[in-house]
Design a protein around this ligand. Structure first.
Ligand SMILES: [Zn+2]
Length: 205
């Protein structure tokens, strides 16, 4: 008997098998595209890692191990993201700030402190920590805590103590001083917050 050369025999494939292999190809292609999209989403979905200890330490030192909100200054602090991690994936020093649990909630959950305000708090920490000396920081905190006071008296020849506040135009001599005792040196002279100084202190409050 002659073997049929029809598609039913020999190397030809039955419609059923063709259908099966077509389905297999489709499944394979689906699998490949799923794997591709999974790889893409995994790339996007960064794995959250621990903030390095060095960065944490730097953030805590920047705020003096106190809450960065000047009027709070609570000693129990945690590290907070200025732009939330879920949004920024940014654990850099610039995006972190030391906050007490209460202020952290006011920012993250209750939205009572907005992002712009938090950025100003961070900026002020930087300015305070890197530029102004201990005495100048005390002067600024003094004005922060005494809202009705705009001037302070310092012993004569003490300009150097508030040098950067004078240089940045936040503080200026207002001409009031004690009697001049000797060598043109008054025992005290008055320094006044300028308009820029008032705005700066207002941001710190
Ligand atoms: Zn606080």
């Amino acid at each position: 008997m002659r073997l049929s050369t029809s598609k039913w025999t020999g190397h030809s494939t039955s419609p059923f098998l063709l259908e099966v292999s077509k389905n297999r190809v489709q499944v394979y292609l689906l699998l490949v595209s799923w794997q591709k999209s999974r790889r893409k989403s995994l790339k996007k979905m960064k794995v959250r890692t621990k903030i390095p200890e060095d960065t944490k330490r730097k953030v805590l030192i920047e705020a003096g191990h106190r809450c960065a909100i000047q009027t709070c200054k609570h000693a129990r602090v945690e590290i907070a993201h200025i732009i939330p991690w879920a949004e920024s994936h940014d654990d850099s020093f610039e995006n972190l700030i030391a906050l007490c649990p209460n202020c952290h909630d006011l920012y993250d959950k209750d939205k009572k402190i907005d992002r712009k305000a938090m950025l100003i708090y961070k900026q002020n920490l930087g300015l305070l920590g890197s530029k102004y000396g201990e005495f100048e920081r005390r002067v600024l905190h003094f004005f922060c805590e005494n809202q009705t006071v705009n001037a302070i008296s310092l012993p004569g020849l003490n300009e150097i103590q508030v040098y950067y506040l004078l240089k940045d135009g936040l503080l200026a001599k207002n001409g009031k001083h004690s009697d001049i005792l000797s060598d043109n040196i008054p025992t005290w002279e008055e320094y006044q917050l300028t308009d820029a100084g008032k705005a700066f202190v207002e941001d710190l409050r």
